[in-house]
Design a protein around this ligand. Structure first.
Ligand code: SF4
Length: 509
């Protein structure tokens, strides 16, 4: 017996109406790791039959995936929650800031529910409570379990698609918030370090690595579906597999270790662009750089160095610190094309002018390609807050400006060296201009540029106008450069041939 109400069915038949879908709005804040969590929740929402509302209009509730890393991020998250509450009145908060519910309740006592990060099941539980789906076999829009199921125990046929995120694999989301041609692949969650300025380990717990087989199957599926560039992310990518003692798992009939080098070899064999983020300079990274030199994975390393003074690095309790310059020189011998991106903190408590100058000198010597910097600011509950000798705000800002001036000059010089070269460029978007016919101007990135954080390449399609699509990898002659970007023209559009069979028809590329 089902619990269908005959009058409800009759009403629907008479009016021709269909039951309304439940729509959930989503705001995703924070880093790429949080973005992958958002993708997981969105995948589950879709799997259970909810519709994702593209704006507040028509959203029955909103999920806000928050960032709680630094004070401005906390403020941005709190503002987003307030805006979502004003618009819909029903808000579920998740993510890093959700680990500090009192902070949210203090400002927004009317939020419906709060969860921490990586809490897909919990978030879904709150969504189901807030917006129950019509699971009736006759009036509902979703297929339900076979008639005869205990009343009240009916479930959508589409079951949750993940397992325990902390002890098993973190499932590979099928809803992506990135364009089809690139995707973030998270290989581990949490962190075993205790950097003095960071509360991520307190928020996200100790490191839990995924099995290599699970990561590789996810990569395989993405590439088969048209993804050409994979961004490998975690909190400490070099430490991948340490927590599971590099255990082996199956991928296409072979056993593969959960170890960064083994993973990089296997990913490289798939033939897509593979980009490594959050890599710390541990000795085994040399082997990964060798793979870059052999063209197996992209010659790109995102290495958050944070400082160059040994004393400050010790105060920061940074992993992999020491002999940074020697390591970088060795990497460049192994892979002369290597592009290194890094981030730094200036004005850390106790940083003297001499130590700051040592940082500037390091920047000059290392000639890093892409550099980001922040003026240090306290993060609630971070150990660094208790350190003596805070640097006055105006000194921090002055150092930040000096640091960025040096970084900008080096970037300008390094980009100028690329003028005249022919480089592979992945096309991210059209840069349509009123004066040009559509498809004439393009914006893309070289192998040395990650989306969202590095520079761009502005291209004329030239003879290929109208033939190039978003996600194509073209060859371009670089004709000009400035501080952060390159400018050029497309000279070829080679065929995209990954070593993974392509699903469906995606044309030449
Ligand atoms: S390595 Fe340091 S900065 Fe990075 S997540 Fe771990 S504790 Fe935070």
């Amino acid at each position: 017996m089902t619990n269908v109400s005959e009058s409800a069915v009759a009403d629907l038949r008479e009016t021709g109406a269909t039951p309304a879908l439940k729509r959930v709005g989503f705001i995703s804040l924070g880093c790429p790791k949080a973005l992958v969590d958002s993708e997981r929740i969105l995948t589950q929402l879709r799997a259970e039959g909810y519709e994702v509302a593209p704006s507040y209009d028509g959203a029955d509730a909103v999920i806000v995936n928050t960032c709680g890393f630094i004070t401005p991020a906390v403020e941005e998250s709190l503002a987003a929650i307030g805006e979502a509450l004003d618009a819909t009145g029903k808000v579920i908060v998740t993510g890093c800031l959700g680990e500090r519910p009192e902070k949210i309740m203090e400002r927004h006592p009317k939020v419906a529910a709060i969860t921490g990060s990586e809490a897909v099941d919990e978030v879904m539980g709150h969504v189901r409570e807030l917006l129950p789906l019509d699971l009736d076999a006759f009036t509902g829009l979703l297929p339900v379990a076979a008639p005869g199921t205990r009343a009240g125990a009916q479930q959508p046929v589409t079951q949750p698609v993940r397992e325990d995120t902390r002890h098993g694999d973190v499932f590979a989301p099928s809803v992506k918030l990135t364009p089809r041609h690139y995707a973030y692949v998270k290989i581990a969650e949490g962190c075993n370090h205790t950097c003095a300025f960071c509360i991520i380990p307190k928020l996200r717990g100790r490191q839990v690595s995924r099995d290599a087989g699970a990561v590789l199957y996810e990569a395989f599926r993405l590439i088969a579906g048209g993804t050409k560039e994979l961004m490998i992310i975690s909190q400490d990518t070099s430490a991948y597999g340490v927590d599971v003692r590099y255990r082996e798992s199956e991928f296409q009939g072979e056993q593969v270790r959960a170890h960064l080098t083994d993973l990089a070899v296997k990913l490289g064999e798939m033939g897509a662009w593979v980009r490594m983020h959050y890599v710390y300079p541990y000795p085994h990274v040399e082997r990964v750089v060798e793979l870059m030199g052999q063209g197996k994975i992209l010659p790109y390393l995102d290495v958050p160095l944070q400082h160059a003074s040994p004393r400050i690095l010790k105060l920061m309790r940074r992993p992999g610190a020491g002999k940074q310059l020697d390591t970088i020189r060795r990497w460049r011998e192994l892979c002369p094309e290597l592009v290194i991106r890094s981030t730094f903190i200036v004005g850390f408590p106790g940083e003297t002018e001499e130590e700051f100058q040592a940082l500037l000198q390091f920047l000059e010597d290392a000639r890093l390609d892409r550099v980001g910097a922040f003026a240090y600011s306290d993060v609630e509950e971070a150990d660094a807050n208790a350190l003596p000798d805070p640097v006055p705000e105006e000194v921090k800002q002055e150092r930040l400006a000096r640091f960025m001036a040096v970084a900008q000059r080096i970037s300008t010089e390094k980009l100028a060296e690329k003028v005249g070269r022919v480089m592979d460029v992945i096309v991210d978007e059209f840069n349509d201009d009123e004066d040009d016919s559509p498809g004439t101007r393009l914006i893309g990135r070289t192998k040395g540029d990650a989306p969202g954080i590095d520079g761009q390449v502005y291209l004329y399609a030239g003879d290929f106008a109208g033939q190039i699509r978003i996600g194509d990898i073209v060859q371009a002659r670089i004709e000009d450069s400035d501080e952060y970007d390159l400018f050029g023209e497309v000279v070829a559009r080679p065929e995209w041939r990954p070593n993974v069979p392509q699903l469906g028809h995606f044309g030449r590329h």
